[in-house]
Design a binder for this molecule. Structure first.
Ligand SMILES: NC(=O)c1ccc[n+]([C@@H]2O[C@H](COP(=O)([O-])OP(=O)(O)OC[C@H]3O[C@@H](n4cnc5c(N)ncnc54)[C@H](O)[C@@H]3O)[C@@H](O)[C@H]2O)c1
Length: 320
């Protein structure tokens, strides 16, 4: 299998000092990318800031590069294999002053105020982070944007998480817009990760069955905890960021070692002909057909959803 290689490419990783971001940086740098390590470093309630988290990752990349160079010399001396190359390291630790994820748990605010703040800052940070990268992508006709969402907000609303869940599905809309505006060799994807070790997301303690915080999840932990290291998520992100990935506008979940595609589908549904709307009772009578998931479409745009109506009309006409 050809090795995925990022030599000559630049990767900008935001939240790079966290559990997932760190792993992305290490994986991309190990494959030759020049990595921009961006992390604001403050508390999980949005206060303060420091370069400590970014610095640690920078040091790790440098140490890994140094040991790879040593290995390379060893291999060369032994007439060995092509060395693992490390890209030039770029560090820019305080690119954006707005806080995104950090605003999600602002202490002392009402849930509504915190939620509004979270949504506002998430959008601001997304746009201020993405716009410069997007402009470069358009100019050079190449690039990949990988947004991170969460199973909360897509499959479930985690209990007591009204402040953090609402912005998550917004990433789907953003991914769709970028994917449709930037065709060609420019891609936009969404990853829905699950990993332990981060500061603000899942930690092993959270899944501790002796704690009452999340007992329903704790009972399932023994079945998947092995696959919860951030490197499982980084493997997917590395592929999505690479030239090997030729698709766009896809969403992928990583949980406990299982990689799956997530999609928004439309059931074939029920068609009511004519220009007079059905009654509520008629809709109620057809709910089993409307809910039936045995046939479905996965449109990628509003136009493709229109095609599903036309296709159903044609199918019904050919049956009559
Ligand atoms: N780990 C998971 O299981 C999981 C699941 C779903 C979604 N996510 C999301 O993925 C992201 C990373 O998760 P993690 O576990 O690595 O979290 P983490 O808390 O360990 O890391 C997040 C990092 O982002 C930095 N940060 C916050 N706001 C920033 C900003 N505006 N600019 C630059 N850096 C900023 C923080 O300093 C922190 O180091 C988070 O947004 C998280 O909500 C994680």
């Amino acid at each position: 299998m050809d090795k995925i290689d990022f030599t000559g490419r630049v990767a900008v990783v935001t939240g790079a000092g966290g559990g997932l971001g760190r792993e992305y940086c290490l994986a991309l740098a190990a494959r030759g990318a020049a990595v921009v390590v961006n992390d604001l470093g403050g508390s999980t309630t949005g206060e303060g800031g420091s370069t400590d988290y970014a610095d640690r990752v920078v040091d790790e990349i440098r140490a890994a590069a140094a040991s790879a160079q040593l290995r390379q010399r060893g291999h060369a001396a032994a007439g060995g294999h092509h060395p693992c190359r490390y890209g030039q390291l770029w560090t820019r630790r305080r690119c954006h002053q707005q806080r995104g994820n950090h605003a999600t748990r602002a202490s002392g605010s009402s849930p509504r105020a915190t939620s509004m703040r979270c949504i506002r800052y998430t959008s601001k940070v997304l746009f201020s982070s993405l716009s410069p990268a997007y402009r470069v992508m358009v100019r050079q006709g190449y690039g990949r944007i990988i947004l991170v969402s969460s199973q909360s907000g897509i499959f479930s609303g985690t209990p007591s998480a009204a402040t953090t869940v609402p912005p998550r599905p917004a990433m789907i809309g953003l991914m769709n817009v970028i994917a449709q505006e930037a065709p060609g060799r420019r891609r936009s994807q969404l990853s829905v990760p699950n990993a332990v070790g981060g500061r603000s997301a899942a930690s092993r303690a959270m899944f501790d069955p002796t704690r009452n915080s999340w007992p329903a999840a704790a009972t399932k932990v023994p079945h998947y905890i092995e696959g919860m290291h951030p490197s499982f998520v980084a493997a997917l992100a590395t592929y999505l960021a690479s030239e090997r990935c030729t698709t766009s506008q896809n969403m992928y979940s990583v949980l406990g070692g299982k990689y799956s595609r997530i999609f928004a589908g439309l059931t074939e549904g029920w068609y009511h002909p004519g220009s007079t709307a059905p009654s509520a009772e008629e809709v109620a009578a057809h709910i089993p057909q409307i809910d039936d998931r045995s046939r479905y479409d996965v449109p990628r745009s509003g136009l493709e959803e229109m095609d599903t109506v036309i296709a159903l009309q044609k199918r019904l006409a050919s049956r009559n």
